[in-house]
Write a protein that binds this ligand. Structure first.
Ligand code: HEC
Length: 292
């Protein structure tokens, strides 16, 4: 293998490894960024919903009940904070369709809140760690990656008036929601979890795309780089070395001794050329002396 090819292979392999390394690092970096961003967005959406519910609970609901007067039937939309968050989310979802929010409940009054198998994984985390106040992480939901952010909803004694034994639940509740699901919750139990799912598909695709682009741009740069090195090698090393090799062979055969070797440059090849030229002059003189 010629020096040029060996050198090119070495440079090619090293540059390729460097490009791949940079691309992998950039991919990891983008994925990390996507996670942090998803986490922040999830938290924001979550806190906003929770604040809407708290405002309803603290300010609006007492006023509504007061205005309705004691013993009056108040529609559930004006009474339940959970109905409020579900309603707010239904509007939000129209504007930002790839996000998801669940008041994920294994046994809900409203079937829209029914926990699916992905939600159940999160509820089970809370059920096996009763002191956990929130959890978050990566999850695959319907085959797509999401970052989730979740809070548990614990059952208090007051909740059992509606969510306890269905036989003792208010008539209007059973009339509206049936008496199968949403009951027999136990005080202290995690009945449900608020979960916000932030989609990660697009940012992950974007991270993959930029890593691939980086590899392609890197390879194009390597190609240009190698062409420049190839040209440099041919012009400044291979061409003069081949010329010197030819002249040295000629000197050894006593040919073209009168023709000086032009020094191509001031570098190591230049000094080699000067040495070969001195050799030519010496051989020429020696031969002249021998002939006379
Ligand atoms: C006055 C009756 C009543 C009481 C008391 C009550 N809830 Fe509910 N709850 C409802 C109704 C009605 C819904 C369904 C709202 C809807 O349609 O979205 C509901 C929905 C929920 C949901 C959403 C899942 C589902 O069942 O649809 C959760 C979680 C929940 N309640 C938790 C609680 C907790 C925790 C308490 C106690 C702090 C409580 N509830 C007290 C009536 C009640």
């Amino acid at each position: 293998m010629s020096i040029r090819v060996r050198f090119m292979v070495l440079i090619g392999v090293l540059s390729l490894l460097a490009t791949l390394g940079i691309s992998v690092a950039s991919y990891k970096f983008s994925v990390n960024n996507a996670m942090t961003e998803a986490r922040d967005k999830g938290k924001l959406v979550f806190n906003f919903l929770e604040s809407a519910r708290l405002h309803f609970k603290k300010v609006q609901r007492p006023r509504i009940l007061e205005l309705a007067g004691p013993g009056q039937r108040v529609p559930v939309e004006l009474k339940s904070g959970f109905a409020l968050t579900r309603g707010v989310w239904e509007e939000f979802e129209k504007k930002v369709p790839d996000y998801a929010f669940k008041q994920a409940t294994p046994s809900p009054l409203n079937p829209a809140n029914k926990a699916d198998s992905d939600d159940m994984k999160i509820i089970n985390i809370f059920r096996s760690n009763p002191d956990l106040q929130s959890t978050e992480g990566l999850i695959t939901r319907k085959g797509e990656p999401y970052y989730y952010f979740a809070h548990p909803i614990h059952v208090g004694q007051s909740c059992l008036r509606c969510h306890g034994d269905p036989a003792r639940a208010p008539g209007w509740l059973k009339k509206q929601y049936g008496s199968k699901e949403g009951y027999n919750w136990k005080a202290g139990q995690v009945a449900s979890a608020y979960v916000v799912y932030v989609p990660l598909k697009k940012p992950l695709q974007q991270a993959r795309k930029s890593a691939v682009n980086l590899v392609l741009i890197g390879m194009a740069c390597i190609l240009v780089f190698m062409l420049v090195i190839w040209f440099f090698f041919s012009r400044y090393i291979i061409k003069p070395v081949t010329m010197l090799e030819k002249r040295a062979t000629e000197i050894s055969l006593g040919k073209n001794l009168g023709e000086p070797i032009r020094t191509p440059s001031q570098d190591e090849i230049g000094s080699l050329a000067r040495s070969v030229d001195r050799l030519r002059i010496s051989v020429e003189k020696l031969l002249q002396r021998l002939r006379s």
